[in-house]
Design a protein around this ligand. Structure first.
Ligand code: HMG
Length: 393
């Protein structure tokens, strides 16, 4: 039975910070960001847009009434959780009106967890072939004003519907994971921003890639020539480019090397404009590749490298299905260009606003631009979400 990704949705914030403006404000050379990190802009969320609203908007783009009836598992992958107890997917279940007899859970392991979620979806559909699974990867990457990671922030969500006989990509069931206990990036419960050992984290990313890729090739009896594209977790595109260089052998023939380099450029088009979206970053790269490559075709196989600090990494591959192009959106860069540009001062206020709760646990917010869903208020410590289209109607 073929199992895989049937549809992909993506949402991000309505506000954008230009990297040139950030560079000038921080006294950095703009080329450090545009060439050194290969970033042009960062998606900035206001307080009324969080992992739930981003995730619901991404899923709402792709869900149909038939999906609402058939989805029996919702997995929400995030490291920007809004609750220590209740799973984010329960909010999604209600906001998207999914049939009641579904399992809703949240998964965490830094930027890696969506990869485990996809594998769980694969196993679930293998056991229950009529099931559909909704996987959401949604995060807000926030490091702090003037912090070392400030230039690699971002926000966004990817949503997948998985089923048998999918219309975009099928799993090849060749996953290989690696775990190593390291402190490269972590966020204790008492901190709203992570602690990061920046350079060390980039070294761990690249070493995890090198060692997992070597073992993957040994176990699968495959090499780079078996793959038509390679997608990487993209904390910032320059690191993913270093990743690509690690997996390209020096004696690779120029045609294949050219193809992988072209596909790599297509895979970073969205991240350049959005920044790091943690759990969804690898999959934003995959979506960007599918929607911006002129040369991919059905039957092509794509290798994926997932990395979550702490750290867990994984390599696996998927193969493109005949007609996959019909499931894509080709105007996504135009949509990104429609975000409202904000100044550095506005970004500092908007991105770092905290809810001011009264004694009963109530808070109201200014009206900000969001996608199709918004956090309207906090009432007695409960987050109240609304569908903004329903309010307008
Ligand atoms: P930094 O101090 O901003 O930058 O730190 P830098 O000094 O390392 O320079 C960056 C690049 O710009 C370098 O390129 C410079 O040479 C170049 P490289 O040598 O590495 O190729 N550069 C210039 N280029 C052109 N013109 C110039 C110029 N000046 C310098 N004038 C750092 C960068 C990544 C450390 C920082 O942004 C950071 O700490 N970010 C957060 C951590 C991070 O993203 N780590 C990535 C690996 S860990 C991971 O992927 C997991 C993660 O997603 C979280 C999770 O799993 O949950 C982060």
């Amino acid at each position: 039975m073929k199992i895989g990704i049937d549809k992909i949705g993506f949402s991000t914030s309505q506000y954008v910070l230009n990297m040139n403006d950030l560079a000038i404000a921080r006294g950095a050379d703009p080329e450090k960001y545009s060439q050194g990190l290969m970033l042009d802009a960062l998606s900035i969320t206001p307080i009324t847009e969080d992992i739930i609203t981003l995730g619901a908007s991404a899923a709402n783009q792709i869900i149909t009434d038939e999906d609402r009836q058939k989805i029996d598992l919702i997995i929400f992958a995030t490291e920007s959780s809004i609750d220590q107890s209740k799973a984010a997917s329960i909010y999604i279940h209600r906001l998207l009106n999914i049939q009641p007899f579904a399992r809703s859970i949240e998964m965490k392991e830094a930027c890696y967890s969506a990869t485990a979620a996809l594998d769980y979806a694969n196993l679930h559909i293998g056991a229950h072939p009529e099931s559909r699974v909704l996987v959401i990867a949604s995060d807000i990457a926030k490091y702090g004003i003037h912090s070392a990671g400030e230039s690699t922030q971002g926000s966004g969500a990817i949503a997948f519907i998985l089923k048998k006989d999918p219309r975009i990509l099928t799993f090849n069931n060749d996953n290989l994971a690696q775990t190593r206990d390291i402190m490269d990036f972590w966020r204790p419960n008492y901190s709203t921003t992570p602690f990061v050992n920046g350079i060390y984290s980039t070294k761990q990313y690249l070493d995890s890639l090198k060692t997992t890729w070597k073992e993957f090739q040994n176990r699968q009896g495959k090499s780079i020539t078996d793959f038509d594209a390679f997608c990487f977790h993209i904390p910032f595109p320059k690191l993913a480019l270093k990743g690509l260089k690690k997996v390209l052998p020096k004696d690779l023939d120029t045609e294949h090397s050219k193809k992988l380099n072209e596909h790599f450029q297509a895979s970073i088009a969205y991240s350049r404009q959005v920044g790091n979206i943690y759990s969804g970053s690898l999959y934003l790269g995959l979506l960007s590749l599918l929607e911006n490559s002129n040369h991919l075709k059905a039957g092509d196989t794509i290798a994926l490298f997932s990395y979550g600090s702490g750290a867990v990494s994984e390599i696996f591959s998927m193969t493109l299905v005949e007609g996959y192009q019909n499931q894509l959106q080709l105007n996504r860069l135009d949509k990104l260009n429609n975000r409202q540009s904000i100044s550095v001062k506005e970004y500092e206020e908007l991105f770092y606003e905290e809810a001011c709760l009264d004694e009963e646990g109530n808070a109201n917010f200014n009206a900000y631009k969001t996608g199709e869903f918004a956090l309207e208020q906090i009432k007695e410590h409960q987050r109240i979400y609304v569908n903004t289209n329903e309010i307008k109607n």
